[in-house]
Design a protein around this ligand. Structure first.
Ligand SMILES: Nc1ncnc2c1ncn2[C@@H]1O[C@H](COP(=O)(O)OP(=O)(O)OP(=O)(O)O)[C@@H](O)[C@H]1O
Length: 233
């Protein structure tokens, strides 16, 4: 089967410093790949390079089996990829929640009624229909996160890229997020420092260190209290 995302030996330098120095990965349908690594290791940069928001100086990106060489190639693939940004304020831009969630479907060519129906159904599925009429900029951090995810899921993407999805989320909204992701049938790449979340969701882990990705193993081994760790495989 064709890989949904394939990165081959990506090299990306910033200010003369290598952030990625030969990073490779392949994501198949149904996989939930966790990428872990220290602060500043380049995890966000890697996600941005997948969708062409940052361009590697060397190496190759292929999405859905198509090589992405030019901006037009990335643009063609982006509607099938939902990218949850680390900072929700970078993602939300419409005045109301319903408008924000309906924006993607509307932009993809659905009529206004159909786009609103899709947005309403997605908000209901996430358990946040009560936020539909709220101003996006007045939402709490956790609410913003779920609204961003609703906006992505309304586009019915084949791949989700999630950058620290549980950051700043309380238990109730965390449960909503977990339920929505558990019900999502597509593939995902999950960047997270939340070990419990990674252990619950990921089918595979990779560690980003010194610009390269190496296989990791998700462990759940007992300490004084039980908590999971990710080790090199
Ligand atoms: N716009 C930018 N301009 C200059 N340097 C940047 C920029 N964005 C990120 N960097 C630097 O690039 C490196 C990789 O950053 P990146 O955000 O990809 O790391 P990360 O692994 O996602 O970190 P974290 O776990 O803290 O979110 C860091 O050294 C960071 O300081």
């Amino acid at each position: 089967m064709t890989d949904l995302v394939r990165l081959t030996d990506l090299v990306l330098e910033r200010d003369g410093r290598a952030v990625l120095s030969g990073a490779s990965l392949a994501l198949a349908a149904g996989e939930r790949l966790a990428i872990v690594g220290a602060n500043g290791a380049g995890k966000t940069t890697l996600l941005r390079a997948i969708v062409g928001l940052e361009r590697a100086q060397a190496g190759a990106v292929a999405l859905f089996g198509e090589d992405c060489l030019r901006e037009a190639d990335f643009r063609a693939a982006r509607p099938r990829i939902g990218f949850l940004f680390q900072d929700s304020d970078d993602q939300l831009f419409c005045p109301s929640v319903l408008e924000d969630v309906a924006f993607g479907p509307l932009n993809a060519g659905l009529g206004a009624a159909e786009a609103n129906a899709r947005a309403t159904a997605t908000l209901e599925r996430l358990g946040i229909a009560h936020l539909a009429a709220r101003f996006t900029h007045r939402l709490s951090g956790g609410e913003k996160r779920l609204v961003c995810l609703a906006g992505l899921l309304a586009m019915e993407p084949r791949v989700l890229l999630l950058d620290e999805p549980t950051n700043g989320i309380d238990a109730a909204n965390g449960a909503r997020l977990a339920a929505a992701l558990a019900a999502y049938a597509g593939a995902m790449i999950l960047v997270s420092h939340d070990d419990a979340f990674v252990a619950a969701f990921a089918t595979r882990a990779m560690i980003l260190a010194e610009g390269r990705l190496v296989p990791g193993e998700i462990h759940d081994h007992p300490h004084l209290h039980s908590h999971p760790h990710i080790h090199p495989a």
